[in-house]
Ligand binder design. Structure first.
Ligand SMILES: [Zn+2]
Length: 260
């Protein structure tokens, strides 16, 4: 049985600590800063960090990798197409890795960066889970720094096709601002309104809004709703161009959100 703990880092990052509570082994995901993980390990001296997983090369995801590797000798797994410090196991589309005794699938999800990978686990004794990095956020998606809309839309659609109960562990606390944008796109969507109320309350108490799950994202995340007539209409009004492809709807939403 694996459990997840969010270690806050910087302003709005989370470093997920995946824990095998039976064996007291753990893995850190995208440690942009080593200190929160080192502090946790110091507070839990029986525990051993065996793995570091990286989704993409941005500094707020890799800044702590080398320090942690040196301190713990944990194995570093990360995208083969990007430069990751202290990388032991380069991974790419279609690979399966072992993480704390569980089989994890690697998806290439280009768009935010070109080499970005996501990690998905659907082993029988756990609810399925996804480490989506900066690709799929709760209520939104990452900025498209390197890819093009067709590519990033394909990446997001693939994640949206995962089982409805898949838990989504992304790496930033952006949910509130994402949902404010979602509401601007679909003012009449009751699921968005309801989620916004919940998230506002959580943030007022300075609590985390994650993880999310795929079914909730499909109901409330505009970037996964580019086939919905209301979303298409909103994109058309914004761009004044009639979209002929879903990824064109996505492209309009993404650039709209960039300046929202
Ligand atoms: Zn990033």
């Amino acid at each position: 049985m694996l459990t997840f703990t969010a270690l806050p880092a910087f302003n709005d990052n989370y470093i997920w600590l995946i824990q095998d509570t039976q064996r007291q082994l753990c893995a850190a995901v995208d440690p942009g800063d080593a200190q929160p993980v080192l502090d946790w390990l110091a507070d839990h001296p029986q525990w051993q960090l065996t793995d570091i997983l990286v989704t993409h090369y941005h500094h707020d995801h890799i800044g702590g990798v080398s320090t942690l590797k040196e301190a713990t000798q944990a194995k570093v797994t990360g995208p083969a197409r990007e430069t990751i410090p202290s990388l032991d196991l380069p991974v790419d589309e279609g690979m399966h890795i072992d993480l704390l005794g569980h089989t994890v699938q690697v998806f290439a999800v280009p768009g935010h960066t070109l080499g970005h990978v996501a990690y998905f686990c659907n082993s029988s004794n756990n609810q399925p889970w996804l480490l989506s990095g900066d690709t799929l956020f709760a209520g939104g998606c990452g900025r498209m720094f390197e890819g093009h809309p067709e590519q990033m839309y394909a990446s997001l659609s693939r994640l949206a096709a995962l089982p409805d109960d898949t838990l989504v562990y992304c790496t930033h606390e952006y949910t509130l601002s994402n949902l404010l944008f979602a509401q601007a796109v679909e003012p009449s969507n009751q699921d968005i309104q309801q989620r916004l109320d919940t998230v506002r309350q959580l943030r007022a108490e300075q609590r985390i809004t994650l993880p999310s799950y795929i079914a909730l994202e499909k109901r409330t995340n505009p970037f996964l709703r580019c086939e919905d007539p209301i979303v298409i209409r909103a994109a058309e009004e914004k761009s004044q161009i009639k979209p002929t492809q879903n990824y064109e709807v996505f492209a309009t939403l993404r650039s709209w959100k960039d300046t929202f």
